[in-house]
Design a protein around this ligand. Structure first.
Ligand SMILES: [Ca+2]
Ligand SMILES: [Ca+2]
Length: 480
């Protein structure tokens, strides 16, 4: 391989994956669509192998610590008001990069008319009727995209509340309920947010006992009273009983915000605590300190207090040294949390989180060898703008069991990432799916039916929305 920027920590790469890796590592924004198709054949990752075997790819050197200062400030950033939190550092300091979370790509308008949308002909193979899905990976052109609900504006998160209904956040502040069968949507309420560039209403999580308490958790940016130009991030809890958003209880407040780098993905872990990924809010002096909530992953109780055992000066902080994480998922076997993070113009990351650890930003990026910082499991240069992610546990595609599925904004695709058992701390392979068949994709969820659902952010200011955007789609496999 030539000088690919894609870095994988001590990974073993089955040869079948090399085309995808070359594509990923060598494409640039201007050529991301350069004739590369995702229909080049399914990638069947082999069984987990001993990482001590040959064929390891050496970690790439991490970025120079000095490169942040060389980057220019964002041209379109509004003045940042860090809010009233006393530990807020200066907000007029060096801007870490010119590239926001998800700079616009040169991709062509999305297309969704390929052969995968043509129902497969009935082969008449009687032997396949009761066999269930084949135990192989789908070819990319066998994946079908079907609209579930259309006409949204910048979908940020989707969660199912029962087998037939989901809740959806749009960045402008709406929380809606969507019926799976009909696609009909009902606005439950609109949160007063400050939507500028990337800020606004973002993450959404259901109470672990939602069926009994009807509580949801959201993360959003607002302008504080008396400062309409300010940006502050907050985590709140609402009731959605009686079909309305009501009874806001503020749980974590006064976190510095910014038009960009607000993070704000939420999810309850299998340990019962609420995790929140908070961005650096364009203030690189804060992520390395354990006494504030900026550039951190938080782990709090359902009431917003620090969870036991977090180990930093601010008891709500689980891990430090993050830039702008917007994906969060828990491994179905180990329960461990994983996040995706936006790098600057390089080194988008996936990290396996260990409480008390430092993930480097802004000192170290990507897959580094510096023992003082946790290296990313995988990193991408040029950047792909990684967003929501899940671990697949459905039955429709048995070959994907427990694989990490992540959607991207800039590259407009779905990435399947195989982690090596038993530690699931090494990347075995990566496959690119649904390439450019939708516009920018930010949300992914597995439904109670075991299918995968995606939500687009084509209207977030950097996309090329089609007539149905933004939309929720179902991804299904029709084995040919
Ligand atoms: Ca890092
Ligand atoms: Ca792409």
């Amino acid at each position: 391989m030539h000088n690919t920027g894609l870095s994988i920590r001590a990974a073993i790469l089955p040869s079948v994956l090399i085309p995808a890796l070359v594509f990923s590592g060598c494409s640039s924004e201007s050529t991301a669509d350069g004739g590369v198709s995702d229909a080049s054949g399914a990638a069947d990752f082999g069984p987990a192998k001993d990482a001590a075997a040959g064929g390891d790819i050496a970690p790439a050197p991490d970025g120079s610590p000095g490169d942040a200062a060389a980057d220019s400030a964002m041209g379109d950033a509004e003045p940042v008001d860090g809010g009233p939190q006393p530990d807020t550092g200066p907000t007029d300091g060096p801007q870490p990069d010119a590239s926001p979370e998800d700079a616009a790509p040169a991709d062509a308008a999305p297309q969704d008319g390929g052969p995968a949308d043509v129902p497969p002909a009935d082969s008449g193979d009687a032997g396949a009727v009761d066999a269930g899905p084949p135990n192989r990976s789908p070819r990319p052109d066998e994946l079908k995209i079907t609209n579930v609900s259309t006409g949204f504006d910048t979908i940020w998160e989707i969660v199912f509340i029962n087998p037939g209904e989901m809740l959806v956040t749009e960045r402008g502040g709406r929380v809606s309920r969507v019926a799976l069968a009909s696609g009909a949507k009902t606005v439950l309420g609109t949160i007063q947010v400050r939507e500028v560039s990337e800020s606004g209403l973002m993450g959404l999580a259901l109470s672990p006992s939602f069926a009994a308490d009807n509580l949801i958790y959201v993360c959003y940016t607002y302008a504080p009273a008396g400062n309409p130009n300010g940006f502050v991030n907050r985590i709140s809890r609402f009731s959605v009983a009686d079909g309305k958003l009501a009874g806001e209880q503020i749980l974590v407040d006064n976190m510095p915000g910014s038009p960009t780098h607000d993070g704000c993905r939420l999810a309850f872990g299998p340990d019962g605590f609420l995790y929140a990924t908070m961005g650096d809010a364009q203030n690189t002096s804060l992520p390395q300190r354990g006494d504030n909530l900026t550039g951190k992953v938080l782990r709090v109780t359902a009431d917003g207090a620090g969870a036991p055992g977090n180990g930093f000066q601010d008891g709500r902080v689980f891990t430090i040294g993050h830039r702008n994480p917007q994906g969060l998922a828990f491994h179905p076997v180990t329960g461990a949390p994983y996040i995706s993070e936006h790098g600057p113009s390089d080194n988008d990351e996936i990290n396996l989180l260990i409480g008390g650890k430092n993930y480097g930003w802004p000192i170290v990026k990507g897959v580094s060898n510096d023992p003082n910082y946790e290296p990313a499991l995988i990193a991408w240069t040029p950047t792909i703008a990684p967003a929501g992610m899940i671990f697949y546990t459905g039955d429709h595609i048995p070959a994907w069991k427990n694989d990490l599925l992540m959607v991207t904004l800039k590259e407009r695709d779905l990435r399947r990432i195989r982690l090596a058992a038993p530690g699931y701390n090494k990347v075995e392979g990566e496959e690119i799916l649904l390439n450019n068949r939708m516009d920018r994709i930010r949300a992914i969820v597995q439904g109670p039916d075991g299918h995968i659902y995606l939500g687009t952010s084509a209207k977030d200011g950097r996309g090329s929305p089609g007539p149905d955007d933004d939309r929720i789609v179902r991804v299904t496999w029709n084995p040919g």
